[in-house]
Design a protein around this ligand. Structure first.
Ligand code: SAM
Length: 327
């Protein structure tokens, strides 16, 4: 079992498989993209399988595959097949922009991978295409609906962006009227590859909730797991649920159970912190098992208590893009 220096059990790994993405969401990176890693700096699939297995032996029982866009990796399903047969791993989930997932939906179902987070920051086509800087609305919308209707446990992640998509919050919630889906509204964070800087946000979780209350005054709070980052609600009579994630307000650090490994092998113990080790280099040297374990123990043993403490320590962390951190 992995327990950090603040007595928090770490059982959840967010594993990025690439930093590349086929969208250019304007709150995530500049139009021209970022300095993407060369292929030999990324883990190979064999390395990712080995790493995952080591992490599970250390106490990780939930792995979320993220990126970049995970499905830009043509060999992603090889990794997922291997993970699906890993004893001790109870939950495999994927975070995706849903542009490329279509051909893999049947196999995901066969593998029992049912938890899919779809990032979709607008239900209006023009708004969506303006934010993502690409014309992929139809494929995203259709794949999202297909995942829901085929019985996947779908959560839609919607970042509330001042001046960009606030008028889409209520229409996006309409999805939960008709479908058993969870729409989660996230606060924007300043991890955008230097596109814009800010110290505060207008649309924090309280403002989002107040906005929703105007349209749906009857919504009520649901019980959520202790380690959940989202505070969850239901509108009476609606099939699905909605939630808010205070990712900038950082009200959930006390129960954080997560560890991140970026596509290039950096171990990140908090979104607002910098890497504490690089596992790719360790993976390509001698005595892999012992050295990976000791790097993980070291990282977990020196975590910041909160995202604010981490930000204070690593002042220039905001030059990062979420596509290289892994979201
Ligand atoms: N490509 C996948 C996707 O679109 O979901 C996975 C990677 S993406 C970096 C993971 C998540 O990070 C997405 O839900 C995205 O909206 C979120 N994200 C990216 N930049 C962000 C920012 N500056 N603030 C808050 N969330 C951000």
């Amino acid at each position: 079992m992995l327990v950090d220096n603040h007595n928090r059990t770490i059982n959840y790994l967010r594993l990025a498989v690439t930093d590349r993405c086929n969208l250019r969401c304007n709150y995530c990176m500049p139009e021209e993209g970022i300095n993407f890693a060369k292929n030999d700096k990324l883990f190979t699939i064999d390395e990712l399988v080995r790493l995952s297995s080591l992490m599970v032996s250390q106490g990780i029982d939930k792995i979320r595959i993220t990126g970049g866009e995970p499905f830009v990796r043509k060999d992603l399903m090889v990794l997922l097949r291997n993970l699906a047969s890993l004893t001790g791993l109870k939950d495999i989930s994927v975070t995706t922009n849903a542009t490329l997932i279509g051909p893999y939906i049947d196999e995901l179902k066969e593998l029992g991978i049912k938890n899919i987070n779809v990032s979709m920051d607008a239900i209006n086509r023009e708004t969506f295409e303006r934010i993502t800087r690409r014309n992929h609305y139809d494929v995203v919308y259709n794949n999202m609906i297909r995942l829901i209707t085929e019985g996947f446990n779908v959560r839609i992640n919607f970042i509330a962006l001042d001046g960009q998509n606030i008028e889409d919050i209520i229409p996006m919630l309409e999805l939960t009227k008709h479908y058993n889906v969870s729409v989660r509204f996230l606060e924007e964070m300043p991890f955008n590859g230097g596109s814009k800087e800010f110290q505060s946000i207008k649309w924090d979780f309280r403002a989002i909730l107040a906005h929703i209350k105007e349209a749906h005054p009857g919504y009520y709070k649901l019980q959520s797991p202790k380690t959940s980052t989202s505070i969850n609600y239901k509108i009476p009579g609606f099939k699905g649920t909605f939630g808010v994630i205070p990712s900038f307000s950082r009200t959930f650090c006390g129960s954080c159970n997560r560890l991140r490994i970026s596509a290039t092998g950096d171990v990140i113990t908090c979104l607002y912190a910098k890497a504490s080790a690089n596992l790719r280099d360790i993976m390509r040297a001698d005595d892999v098992e012992a050295n990976i374990k000791s790097a993980i123990l070291q990282a977990v043993g020196s975590r910041a208590k909160t995202g604010f403490e981490a930000q204070e320590k690593y002042k220039d962390v905001f030059s990062n893009s979420m596509t290289s951190i892994g979201g």
